[in-house]
Ligand binder design. Structure first.
Ligand SMILES: C[S@@+](CC[C@H](N)C(=O)[O-])C[C@H]1O[C@@H](n2cnc3c(N)ncnc32)[C@H](O)[C@@H]1O
Length: 263
């Protein structure tokens, strides 16, 4: 076959096919691609601007999972799905239920994994609409709830009792976002994460938001989940920040909050 002359349409199409082949074969999570993204100043500027605009405009309140509001950015929804599929927990523990959408997100992936798997949600105030939604949803049999302060001895004793009935456990913390509350949740709930599985701390983005965006909240840029995570990782060497996982995120509200139990 006569080779296409350089610059011809045929040559350009052939090299386009090469590029497409290489891209199609690139595996998600490719470390080089992610490292380029994480060190790209323009991308990181856009990321920081984007999360501020998103927080100002209440972006995280725009979505539902299987018909129920889930207060998460879509990127975090995708990553939680990735983690549950990878870790194959038989128990997901989540603090912070709100409408129940995030419990149903976990429950739906657990249901697809098959077998006996449950999500356990904890909330200081389970609203009646959330209770009704969770009780009547097709995934209801995969969901359990406990009402009360996630760090109270009564609630944590009950969580620990249920956790003891399961082997592979993954934890998501998304309740009160003050540094002290998250630090206490990390201290208590980290013990429940099985080795190799994940501990997710939501809403680390508060650390990067201007103070006016949390003016009506007890948390803010000086008091937030990201600070609790930093301190936790300094002292608890059973856990590491899952590097490619955090670095691949742009439109996440939990960048830096995805931890893996390694010890
Ligand atoms: C951000 S919302 C949870 C959003 C939910 N995970 C989702 O993705 O849709 C925070 C929830 O935490 C609950 N909460 C606040 N303080 C708490 C505490 N000390 N213990 C347990 N839940 C708490 C609130 O009642 C609220 O429903």
């Amino acid at each position: 076959m006569v080779p296409a002359s350089p610059g011809s349409i045929a040559a350009r199409m052939a090299s386009r096919r090469d590029v497409d082949t290489v891209r199609a074969e690139r595996k998600p999570g490719d470390r080089q691609t992610i490292a380029r993204l994480a060190s790209d100043e323009a991308a990181q500027r856009v990321r920081a601007d984007w999360i501020r605009a998103a927080a100002r405009l209440g972006y995280s309140y725009n979505f539902t999972w299987l018909g129920v509001p889930v207060i998460q950015h879509p990127e975090d929804i995708v990553v939680v799905q990735e983690l549950i599929w990878e870790a194959r927990p038989d128990l997901v523990i989540e603090t912070g239920i709100a409408h129940g959408g995030s419990l149903l997100l976990s429950a739906s992936i657990l249901r697809l994994l098959g077998g006996e798997r449950t999500v356990l949600g904890v909330d200081v105030d389970i609203r009646s609409h959330a209770r009704d939604t969770l009780a009547t949803h097709p995934l209801a049999t995969s969901v359990r709830t406990i009402e009360g302060d996630s760090v109270s001895p009564r609630v944590f004793a009950e969580v620990r009792r249920i956790a003891a009935e399961h082997e592979a456990r993954l934890v998501i913390l998304d309740s009160n976002h003050t540094a002290s509350h998250v630090a206490e949740e990390l201290r208590l709930y980290s013990d429940l994460v099985s080795t190799g599985s994940f501990l997710v701390v939501m809403d680390t983005l508060i650390n990067e938001l201007p103070p006016d965006l949390s003016a009506d909240r007890p948390w803010g840029p000086d008091d937030n989940p990201a600070l609790a995570v930093e301190e936790f990782l300094r002292t608890d060497h059973r856990f590491e920040r899952a590097v490619p996982l955090n670095d691949k995120l742009l439109a996440s509200a939990a960048r830096g909050g995805y931890l893996q139990r390694v010890g």
